[in-house]
Design a protein around this ligand. Structure first.
Ligand SMILES: [Zn+2]
Length: 452
């Protein structure tokens, strides 16, 4: 199939940050074949099978979210106000009461929302992540997927003790390598595998080594939450500084996507940068936890930084704004970063963090056609004095009209074509209610008691 999208404001995010005011893109199969002025491309490709009029629209690369837990949408409205408690008092207890079917439909809804809002690639890491793989394959989003492992004994953890458990470790490693072997490269390479861990304080050296071995064997990346408030815990449990422990067990390097890194000092930034580790920066999520990663210092040291959504949320435009706002508040400087940089962090830089920047992240000849088209003729987006600034500061997921992944239209007229939105909304609502009912029956409230 070939497409000519014309008369659009084409925001390329290419190395020159070109914006073509009356621009066109020609797509053949899954690739972008040509980019240029509408007049020129219309004359050059008179036989395009589908012509899309982009009048009043901006065409930009699809967003790349370098960090997601789609199933955690079940915690919306319950987790945002409880500080650091979610892991121990929501996530782990919920994992014991929610069924696979419930989790699956809630994750499918979250993936559908992401696609609807212009997100074309995610790195999805979660316990039981393989549950989401069939839907990800069907709905057409591009994904790096990994089972997020730990090898702590959960009963001991509930009473505040960290005990590593060999049986848990074996099961988790088998699950993680199982997903990788069954799904890596599926859907014409649209689905790839990663090895993933929750963090350092919940991982024994043997578990991390196990992840590293599979990643090396299969040549796939690793992703792990780092520098997210466990500095003291890691020191106490493992008797080592957090990044010394990470480095000793293969969790730093140019194939590692570290997530968060808001609890890092200058020496630790130096270690991260020297190792070539990339950062999935999740400013929208972290600002609600009162945290911000010092990305300016990291970028100054040469680290690659890209944006991610993390939990609960699905409007990526909010992540762009949070990135700008949190960096400026952190620096007490209103001129830190600018709209084109924020957009690049959410597209080409995030693609680089995932090792995919040769294939996606910008509108350039030869790249995969992963695109989104935003209707600028809407309340909140007029006047379009500067398309990039208008999109970054004023755009919303709901303004996205068309989304293409791998040269296939997955969203048209603001509606997801590869999933039944209404059915998912109904079923995910019912599933979440059922899961929370069991949660409250077991724990007496919607937040489980604190570990003693
Ligand atoms: Zn996370």
């Amino acid at each position: 199939m070939s497409f000519l999208i014309r008369n659009a404001i084409v925001v390329t995010v290419d190395p020159d940050s070109r914006v073509i005011e009356d621009g066109a893109v020609f797509i053949e199969g899954d690739r972008i074949v040509d980019v240029g002025p509408t007049d020129f491309l219309t004359g050059r490709y008179p036989t395009a099978e589908v012509v899309i009029d982009g009048q009043g629209r901006a065409l930009l690369p699809g967003f790349v979210s370098a960090h997601n837990h789609v199933g955690y949408a079940v915690f919306r409205g319950r987790a945002e106000d409880i500080g650091y408690a979610p892991t121990h008092r929501l996530y782990l207890p919920m994992s014991g009461v929610i069924t696979d079917d419930e989790r699956q439909v809630i994750g499918a809804l979250a993936v559908t929302e992401l696609l609807r809002g212009g997100v074309t690639t995610i790195l999805e890491m979660e316990e039981d992540a393989e549950l989401f793989a069939p839907f990800i394959e069907k709905c057409g989003i591009r994904a790096l997927m990994g089972v997020m492992v730990n090898d702590v004994n959960l009963e001991a953890l509930a009473s505040g003790q960290t005990v590593f458990d060999e049986a848990v470790r074996a099961t988790q490693l088998e699950q993680a390598s199982g997903l990788a072997s069954r799904w890596h490269g599926r859907a014409n390479g649209r689905i790839q595998a990663v090895m993933a861990a929750t963090g350092l304080s919940t991982s024994s050296p043997q578990l991390l080594q196990g992840l590293r071995d599979v990643a090396d064997d299969m040549r796939i990346p690793i992703s792990i939450h780092l520098g997210f408030g466990e500095r003291e815990l890691v020191q106490n449990i493992h008797g080592m500084a957090q990044f010394d422990y990470a480095a000793a067990h293969g969790m730093l390097g140019s194939d590692v996507v570290a997530v968060h890194c808001f609890e890092v000092d200058d020496t630790e930034i130096e270690i991260l940068a020297q190792s070539g580790t990339h950062l999935a920066h999740c400013p929208h999520m972290n600002q609600f936890r009162g945290e911000v990663a010092p990305i300016q210092a990291m970028r100054a040291k040469g680290m690659h930084v890209g944006l991610g959504i993390d939990n609960y949320f699905s409007d990526y435009f909010e992540v762009l704004r949070s990135c700008l706002a949190s960096a400026r508040i952190h620096a007490h400087d209103p001129q830190v970063l600018c709209a084109p940089e924020a957009l690049a962090l959410g597209t080409i830089h995030a693609a680089r963090v995932l090792g995919l920047d040769k294939e996606i992240g910008s509108i350039e000849v030869g790249k995969k056609a992963d695109l989104q088209m935003v209707n600028m003729h809407r309340l909140g987006l007029t006047p379009v004095n500067d398309p990039v600034a208008t999109l970054v500061y004023h755009g919303h997921a709901k303004d996205v009209e068309m989304v293409m992944v791998n040269g296939k239209i997955v969203v048209a007229d603001g509606s997801v074509q590869t999933a039944d939105e209404r059915d998912l909304l109904n079923r995910a609502g019912i599933a979440a209610n059922a899961a929370w009912k069991r949660f409250a029956e077991r724990y007496g409230a919607f937040v489980a008691p604190a570990p003693t």
